[in-house]
Design a protein around this ligand. Structure first.
Ligand SMILES: Cc1cc2nc3c(=O)[nH]c(=O)nc-3n(C[C@H](O)[C@H](O)[C@H](O)COP(=O)(O)OP(=O)(O)OC[C@H]3O[C@@H](n4cnc5c(N)ncnc54)[C@H](O)[C@@H]3O)c2cc1C
Length: 402
């Protein structure tokens, strides 16, 4: 963008999308600042997530991939089992036949820290405790207002403020709201004696009454989650449920499941919380004037695809490339949405199909049919290229956006 002054971008949200976009914009010559509602980084918020091959490719271009991998569980395979313990099949968690380029599981807080540290090292300032409350256009730019009365001004504002985004609503008050998936997630990270490590893999169990996923790292720490089929809980209501209550329900739901599911649950103690799983699709406007949104703010997939963080990273590099190469913010934002929306929508649709398998609505007969069908469907899964479109998606920074 030709300009007499150094252009300035306000980034709202210090999850993945905000700091990554800030880093790429700064590389494109922009002055940037990141504003985050949380009072301080929270290393334990959100459990763990999959950073897929395509997300790792973006981190590589930021020079952050190797650091992330210093505390990651490589999981190039996903192993599916029935509630009776029978292996239903395996699915590559990355490009088929290329386990070296497989995806990894990391603590969500670690991913945030790696990207944030990269941004801090590049001289990007972070303002924690800054909750965006209003956006105003000015004759020459955009102004952000924060809950504590402060304001900030820039040439553009990038909303990376997650699935309940205020930016999205400012861009289009009629934008669709997040959609409840029918599942409540919960999980934990625990050291449990006697568990066998699950090198290079993550495991999933289609329990008769709830869906369970786990991995055991080489040093013995188990990362686990459960997806419980429930009607939508009123907003905030799950916060009142104590950890012990979740554990009682989970131990009951998974009591018939194969090892090590009951062992993981009986060895888990302490705090546990549950969160309703939402997704978001069909957002028609990703920008308005000088304001644009990235990541979960404009498209959110349920965790079932393991693509939420990776799509956010792809948005970051794509938006910054468009801003760098196109003549003004309007054409940059339009090009960014045109490139990103079809892919993001396809991933959300794919996740919805997986969610429908996780919801426990099936009769005994339905479960038997699923357990009979799945091995046939997954028979050649190690070489199955059907999901390569998810992973083989490279966005080279040096290539022009147009
Ligand atoms: C608590 C939690 C747990 C999650 N767990 C998983 C998981 O287990 N597996 C998985 O695949 N995905 C998970 N996700 C989703 C995953 O983190 C996202 O899909 C992905 O990281 C996209 O990141 P993002 O930067 O777009 O949004 P987010 O990571 O949601 O970041 C948005 C940031 O914006 C901040 N913010 C929001 N509103 C304002 C405001 N008004 N002003 C300033 N800042 C604001 C938020 O505090 C947050 O830090 C989780 C998300 C959350 C919120």
């Amino acid at each position: 963008m030709p300009s007499a002054h150094t252009p300035r971008a306000l980034l709202i949200g210090a999850g993945v999308a905000g700091p990554a976009t800030a880093l790429f914009l700064s590389r494109a010559g922009w002055e940037v600042e990141v504003f985050e509602a949380g009072a301080a980084p929270d290393p334990y918020q959100g459990l763990f997530l999959n950073v897929a091959t395509n997300g790792l490719a973006v981190l590589e271009q930021l020079g952050l991939r190797e650091r992330l991998l210093t505390d990651a569980h490589r999981a190039s395979r996903m192993v599916m089992r029935s509630g009776t313990g029978r292996v239903l099949g395996e699915v590559p968690n990355g490009p088929a036949g290329d386990p070296e380029r497989g995806s990894v599981i990391v603590r969500r807080g670690w991913l945030h820290q790696v990207v944030r540290d990269g941004a801090v090292a590049a001289g990007i300032p972070f303002a924690f405790g800054s909750r965006l409350t209003a956006i105003e256009e000015t004759p020459t730019g955009v102004r952000a207002r924060f809950a504590d009365g402060r304001t900030a001004e820039g040439d553009i504002l990038v909303g990376a403020d997650g699935i309940h985004s205020l930016t999205r609503r400012w861009i289009d008050p009629a934008a669709p709201a997040p959609r409840y998936s029918g599942l409540v997630g919960t999980g934990g990270i625990a050291r449990i004696a006697g568990l066998e490590p699950t090198p290079d893999s993550q495991h999933f169990v289609f329990g008769a009454r709830s869906f369970f996923g786990y991995l055991v790292r080489e040093e013995g720490t188990a990362y686990w989650f459960a997806n419980l089929t429930k009607s939508e809980p009123p907003r905030g209501s799950l916060a009142g449920i104590a950890g012990g209550e979740w554990l009682r329900e989970l131990r009951d739901l998974h009591s018939d499941d194969p090892a090590p599911v009951p062992q993981i649950l009986s060895g888990t103690h302490g705090e546990l919380s549950g969160y309703p799983i939402y997704d978001l699709s069909g957002v028609r406007r990703w920008s308005r004037g000088r304001v644009v949104a990235v990541g979960d703010a404009v498209h959110a997939t349920s965790p079932s695809t393991g693509q939420g963080a990776s799509l956010a990273l792809e948005d970051a590099i794509t938006l910054a490339r468009c801003v760098r190469d196109l003549p003004d913010h309007a054409s940059a934002f339009a090009q960014y949405q045109a490139v990103r929306a079809p892919r993001a929508e396809a991933v959300v649709r794919y996740a919805r199909r997986i969610d429908s398998q996780k919801r426990v609505t099936k009769s005994r007969l339905g479960i038997a049919i699923r357990d009979w069908m799945m091995p046939r469907f997954l028979r050649n899964a190690a070489d199955d290229t059907r999901n390569d479109w998810l992973y083989n998606h490279e966005i080279p920074w040096q290539h022009p956006a147009a």
